[in-house]
Ligand binder design. Sequence first.
Ligand SMILES: Cc1ncc(COP(=O)(O)O)c(C=O)c1O
Length: 447
Amino acid sequence: MNEFSDLVLKLLEASENHEYYRDKECINLIASEGLKSPAVKQIMSLSTDLEGRYAEGENDLEGHVAKRYYQGQKYMREIENYSTDLIKRLFNCEWADIRLVSGTHANLATFKGLSLTSKNRKMVVTPLSCGAHISHDYAGLAGSVLGLENINHVYNIDEFNIDPDKSAHVIRAAKPGIVTFGGSLFLFPHPIKELKTVAKEVGAFIAYDASHVLGLIAGGIFQDPFGEGADFITSSTHKTFPGPQGGVILGNPKNKRLEKAIKAIQFAIFPLSTSNTHLGRLPALGIASLEMKMYGKDLAQQTVRNAQIAGQYLYENGAKVLCESKGFTRSHQIAVEVDNFGGGKKVAQNLEEANIILNKNLLPYNDQDDRDNPSGLRIGFQDVTRRGFMESDIKHLCDLILTVMMEKKKPAEVKQSVIELKNEFNQIKYGFQNLEEAIKNCKSLVK
Ligand SMILES: Cc1ncc(COP(=O)(O)O)c(C=O)c1O
């Protein structure tokens, strides 16, 4: 066999192995990953022509298709418009753009559009080690691609949150064009309400990155960014929101300045940063929206409850789960300091050997450069919740985590118990098993 065909066969084998390993044998606790329902997967497998098409062009202030440069758009235009309208209704806003291929892309277009509108290159952000995403940071998209000047919010480590009073001083002194909220290590709602006035006073737009918590917001919990004062929400569509991998930007063209900002963001999407927009995901985004409309509240509440139960149980059994005095979390994730068990890198690797998949994470008091071996673990509960884990299952899972973390047994000895636990939860809850079921349920919706 020649080397080329050998590579193809190995590729196919690795792909098949991956599907079995992560979907059937591992318990997935990475806080940034989502779990699609069978109905969402089914519509994706039925959208294969769409997946190969292009729809370059402009959209209007409702987020609808305004102009396309290629022929053959008859149904694509409808698909994009319907999917946009579903998202707008779900999040109760007047404008949405779903052409973004990821959350990073949503940030790129938003930060670019808002800095063009405000003619101001300064952006106030959460420090990276305190939970911001790399795309907010001077070392990532914001600084190194867009050339924005980052100024940090002041972070209160005890509160595990932005310090509103001190950040107000920072915003007043820096006079940025954008103030951002939201993040990747994101346990408690950010103080949008408290900082809205000072942001407006200096003429800054407020951008809220909901990538991690979009599903919680769809379920009506965690926080209400628009109600609290955000101008724009940027997000992935595949973390707590259980849709296809992609991105979205939401907003409201309430006045001329916001209209101008939306137009600038649209310009940053096309022509500045897209050609094809991965159209094959759009019908699936609509089905995921229906699932969140019907089950979002229950799913969001149970996800947070499971995260809190895990926080309490791990804490009571010897793990240093952060923020005990604040109930550990109000989101889908918890943060655990594991220096006394060998550090984030070692513990995450040991857990991986036991088929428990999570990630090591910088904690706010870590040096930003300690990314290879930070003190923490970030543990997300959206996947196990969607599989139906309830309190006793979460505690069982925590026992397995503690056994590995405290080296009471070798990871390989725990692995079989992890696989057995996983095998009890191979059906997706809070969603549809197939499209037929989605359509039947859809017809029962009043509006
Ligand atoms: C807060 C935040 N924003 C943006 C992103 C990037 O999202 P994507 O992977 O969809 O580009 C992430 C990724 O985890 C994130 O945590």
